[in-house]
Design a protein around this ligand. Structure first.
Ligand code: FMN
Length: 392
């Protein structure tokens, strides 16, 4: 399948197996979570979702797209859930397909908080967040685009419910066969909204200490499923969707100091131009660190991933877009493939296999190339025969 054995270049550091007290992985390439909206309207993943993850099972670790823990936290139409028995059954098909191919897979729990719109939620209601501050618009909704609503301010009961919802969904994830769960504390979703300055204007304990929600949430889910099966994703200072964090360093340092002793499976950290979180926070995290270096930039390259490992910033590197368009990414990295397949933007968030599970492997690309060459040769020889005949 690869020409790695004949390649003169040394083996990429991304392909060296990794083992910790929590994880044992055949390589250091992680599939980054990517929402693709391939769920039924009730949030049950479509059958094609199992194909997508199974195709990428050669990764060291797969992390699913963001999944709502409960419909109260639904951020978008046809994003999957982990609330009902139908959801559990749908995800079981995914984990079985991945395990059958020898892979490992964590479920990302993504509570939207203020992200969401009545026209893109099963409940049809206005979402709630830490404070009544709307996300910048417009938002994609079920039937087009719309201005975001002003979110309802969460009560302390709402906050407890959100934590309970994560706990229940994490248990559902384990029942569905996932190897673990990642809490989405990054990229503007609920946990990030509690951490950021402009989305958490509360004057209660959750506003005075902006790390409180994240600490309570992680502790509750770790108690429920075991810290060794729990990862956390953070993106300190990521300005996506209008998030403002004036001075992320002290806040995230304090958060990691509090969470490091729990012994989580990993921390998944997204770097940022204004605050180099990987370099700053690496010394404060004694466990496994997964780096994501591509957010708000071009897709992460093989060289960037190798550079991150060489700098000692992380043990593992997550790949989003390059893994989306190259289902056999580890094999391509072994072959120093240029990773040139572009994203099929027209089908990024549609609901079928097109633009989802039809990206070719290297072997399929070569097969297509051979077929094309054969067809061209046949056409040329036919032209020669015909022109020869015409000349007689
Ligand atoms: C289509 C798409 C959907 C995404 N959905 C999620 C998501 O559900 N959860 C999440 O944490 N990040 C999400 N991300 C961010 C990626 O995990 C990753 O951080 C980003 O693509 C940068 O990495 P890359 O350069 O390797 O693509 C998404 C990115 C893309 C391109």
């Amino acid at each position: 399948m690869t020409n790695a054995s004949s390649s003169p270049s040394p083996k990429s550091a991304l392909l060296i197996p990794y083992s910790s007290a929590r994880l044992s992985l055949p390589n250091r390439i992680v599939l980054a979570p990517m929402s693709r909206h391939r769920a039924h309207e009730d949030g049950t993943p479509l059958p094609v979702v199992a194909d997508f993850y199974a195709q990428r099972a050669e990764a060291g670790l797969l992390i699913t797209e963001g999944i709502w823990p409960h419909r109260r936290g639904q951020s978008g139409w046809r994003i999957p859930g982990l609330e009902t028995e139908a959801h559990v059954a749908g995800w079981r098909a995914v984990t079985e397909a991945v395990h059958a191919r020898g892979g490992r897979i964590f479920a990302q729990l993504m509570h939207g908080g203020r992200q969401g719109h009545p026209r893109s939620r099963v409940l049809g209601d206005v979402p709630a967040g830490p404070s009544p501050v709307p996300t910048p618009g417009p938002l994609h909704v079920k039937d087009g685009k719309a201005e975001p609503p002003v979110p309802r301010e969460m009560t302390v009961d709402d906050i407890r419910t959100a934590i309970d919802d994560h706990v229940a969904a994490a248990r559902n994830a384990i029942r569905a066969g996932f190897d673990g769960v990642e809490i989405h504390g990054a990229n503007s979703y609920l946990t990030h909204q509690f951490l950021a300055d402009n989305t958490n204007l509360r004057t209660d304990a959750y506003g005075r200490d902006k790390t409180l929600f994240a600490r309570e949430l992680v502790t509750a889910v770790a108690d429920a499923i075991g810290a060794e099966r729990l990862g956390l994703r953070l993106s300190p200072g990521n300005p996506q969707f209008g998030m403002v964090e004036h001075d992320p360093a002290p806040r995230y340092r304090a958060l990691l100091d509090a969470l490091d002793p729990l012994g989580l499976a990993y921390l998944h950290l997204t770097d940022n131009d204004d605050y180099p979180a990987l370099a700053d926070l690496r010394p404060r995290w004694s466990g496994t660190l997964i780096a994501n270096v591509g957010e708000n930039h071009e897709p992460t390259t093989q060289e960037q991933g190798e550079g991150t490992l060489a700098a000692g910033h992380a043990e593992l590197v997550s790949y989003g877009r390059a893994f989306l368009t190259h289902p056999d990414l580890p094999a391509r990295i072994a072959a120093n493939d240029p990773l040139a397949t572009p994203i099929d933007m027209a089908h990024l968030y549609t609901h079928g296999a097109e633009g989802y599970t039809d990206y070719p492997t290297m072997e399929e690309e070569r097969e297509r190339e051979r077929k094309r060459e054969k067809e061209t040769a046949t056409a040329e020889s036919r032209t020669r025969v015909l022109s020869g005949a015409a000349g007689r």
